[in-house]
Design a protein. Structure first.
Lengths: 217, 412
């Protein structure tokens, strides 16, 4: 098996150029018009940004709906969206817009944030580095992941699902080179409900799943 | 004092440091010049103090230039600063002329350095007018705004914007601070240096020396606000909050502020604070010179609770410093304090002296929460607001600017 190349990544965040949204109607308008890059950033990249990890929700739209619009119903509906389970970012956009339209049809007054609490549409560039660390076999995977940064975990386990055609994480894709021999590891990785974890928790989950396979060997 | 990059490994891990070296190698020898208006005092000078040597250590040809100004100039720039943070100010044509002339004078001296630099980072408004004066410049110029210009006083912003528009990119600490400009706007929160005299671990004897020097009673709770004597930091509001708590709990308060050479308003504010403090022996108002980093460090470590009750704030590095020392922070619900202080997790956000008093009393009656919140705060800073992350973002930003920022990712 070719050794696994461990990579790491960092985000470089920038303004998207869209004006901020102050209420639910503006959020809907901007979300319909924003780039896929912005959509990806707000759904998938909050974990890598230097910001406090609010454990309630994994995407920025749900967090904003809860904390600044004060609309818990909307926050719950947005919060359960898993962008990695959808075929494309356009599908993510369509589903999100549907939720916003539904909410707009339900509310008597348009939920609005206070001045200073607007939603800003951002975009990011992911800069990827080769750490020069290599993993030779499936058995080495868990200890290697223990040493990885959150950036590496994000890149190989989450970002890979968007980057690769198969929509799988990099570890599974690598293990597939010897599919029969590594089947248990691949199944273990596949069983992780990854989207709702913080990166530190996700790292622990991956290690625990792989170590369980090791113990049963 | 320059600390080698390897010393940070024990704090942020070897991977983060290796990453910085690798990035530096990609930029091999690039000439980067930072320009600001003061060598000491204030967050910008503190950042540049560590950033320049570390940029050099990873292989960049980095330098730091400080513009020289007259008293009149710094009065004008203080007005510009206040105007950008939203206060209506009276800035005459003459004031802008002084601003222009001082920039011109500095340009004469700095031209050879700036003209050939591949990247020039101009910090805050004071040196902003250098760009249009530097004809035949070769590199990319970036304006780094450290302050909150989300709701500027329009007449000031309108004049400044005509120059800022000419930069190749700008950097803000938070999206809320950015203004619409016709170039790419990056978001890079600042950071602290955990090994600087202001933040390094201290021996118990060093703490005791500072405690004794200022007559702080070790048996009673201590509240500390460290910041310049600036109205936006609301030191008088802090005294009001202290007095509300003092009625029921025997607290002590330290208000310690340095002064910066580019802040002429400091003395007037200090007088107001002294007047508000009156003869109360438990309020210690300390006007410390910029070199007293160890004293500031010790005061923050001696504190039970750190206050930063600003009404406007850029990022609030004193908040970061307090959190790094494992203290809960009660901070104004504004600017970068919001990015750092998360209610019940790393401290409390407040809007009034009453709000601050309420949270102080809560924490002093739940001492275990002081420890728990302090521990979360320290780890939050380790993950997000130490210099390694900050330097990495500058290096990636320079890489991105040189290759053109398009697409969602690239590999280095």
């Amino acid at each position: 098996m070719t050794p696994f190349k461990v990579k790491d990544c960092a985000l470089l965040v920038r303004m998207s150029g869209l004006p901020p949204a102050i209420n639910l109607r503006e959020l809907r308008e901007r979300l319909a018009a924003c780039s896929e890059n912005a959509l990806f950033h707000h759904f998938c990249e909050p974990l890598l940004r230097p910001a406090f990890d609010h454990p309630d929700y994994r995407n920025d739209f749900a967090v904003w709906a809860k904390w600044y619009l004060g609309d818990r119903v909307l926050a719950e509906r947005l919060g359960i969206l898993d962008p990695f389970s959808m075929g494309s970012l356009e599908e993510v956009r369509a589903v999100t817009l549907d939720i916003l339209d539904e909410r707009l049809s339900e509310v008597v007054a348009i939920p609005s944030a206070a001045p200073g609490d607007e939603f800003y549409f951002l975009e990011a560039t992911t800069i990827v580095f080769d750490t020069e660390d290599r993993i030779a076999s499936a058995r080495e995977l868990a200890p290697a992941i223990r040493k990885m940064t959150n950036g590496s975990v994000y890149y190989h386990f989450l970002e890979a699902r968007r980057r690769t055609q198969a929509g799988k994480d990099d570890f599974s894709a690598w293990l597939k080179a010897e599919e029969r021999k590594n089947a248990k590891y691949i199944r273990a990785l596949d069983s992780i409900d990854f989207y709702f974890h913080s990166l530190s928790n996700l790292k622990e989950e991956i290690i625990a799943a792989l170590e369980k396979v090791e113990r049963k060997r | 004092m320059t600390v080698p990059l390897s010393d940070y490994e024990k704090i942020v891990g070897p991977t983060a440091i290796t990453q910085l070296r690798r990035l530096g190698k990609k930029l091999g020898g690039i000439r980067v010049v930072h320009v600001n208006s003061t060598r000491e005092g204030g967050g910008v000078a503190e950042i540049l103090e560590w950033m320049i040597p570390l940029m050099r250590e990873v292989g960049l040809d980095a330098s730091w230039e400080v513009i020289q100004g007259t008293e009149e100039f710094f009065e004008v720039t203080k007005n510009i600063h206040n105007g950008l943070q939203g206060r209506p100010v009276d800035l005459s044509h003459k004031g802008w002329k002084i601003f222009q002339e001082v920039n011109e004078k500095n340009m004469e001296k700095l031209r050879p350095t700036l003209k050939d630099a591949e990247i020039v980072v101009v910090h805050d408004p004071q040196p902003a007018f250098l760009l249009p004066l530097c004809d035949k410049r070769k590199g990319k110029w970036i304006w780094r705004g450290h302050i909150d210009i989300s709701r500027p006083f329009r007449p000031v912003w309108k004049v400044l914007r005509t120059t800022l528009e000419k930069y190749d990119a700008s950097i803000f600490s938070m999206c809320e601070f950015a203004q619409a400009l016709p170039h790419i706007q990056f978001l890079v929160p600042p950071s602290i240096d955990p090994l600087s005299p202001k933040n390094r671990d201290l021996e118990p004897s060093e703490l005791e020396t500072v405690r004794a020097r200022f007559g702080v009673d070790p048996d009673r709770p201590l509240l500390v606000q460290i910041s310049r004597f600036d109205r936006f930091k609301d030191p008088v509001g802090v005294i009001q909050a202290y007095r509300m708590v003092r009625k029921v709990l025997p607290v002590q308060l330290v208000l310690a502020g340095g002064s910066a050479t580019d802040d002429p308003e400091g003395n007037a504010v200090l007088e107001d604070v002294m007047e508000a403090a009156g003869e109360d022996p438990d309020i210690h108002v300390l006007n410390l010179p910029p070199s007293e980093h160890l004293t500031i460090n010790a005061l923050q470590r001696l504190a039970d609770i750190i206050l930063q009750k600003s009404t406007r704030e850029g990022f609030g590095l004193t908040v970061t410093e307090g959190m790094w020392k494992g203290k809960p922070v009660i901070g104004g619900d504004t600017g970068g304090i919001r990015l750092q202080v998360v209610n019940h997790h790393t401290g409390f956000l407040v809007n009034t002296p009453e709000g601050a008093a309420h949270r102080i009393r809560y924490l002093l009656h739940h001492r275990e929460r002081i420890r728990e919140i302090g521990a979360v705060a320290r780890e939050f800073v380790r993950e997000n607001f130490l210099l390694s992350r900050h330097l990495r973002e500058y290096l990636t930003l320079i890489l991105a600017i040189r290759r053109g920022v398009d697409g969602r990712s690239f590999e280095v």
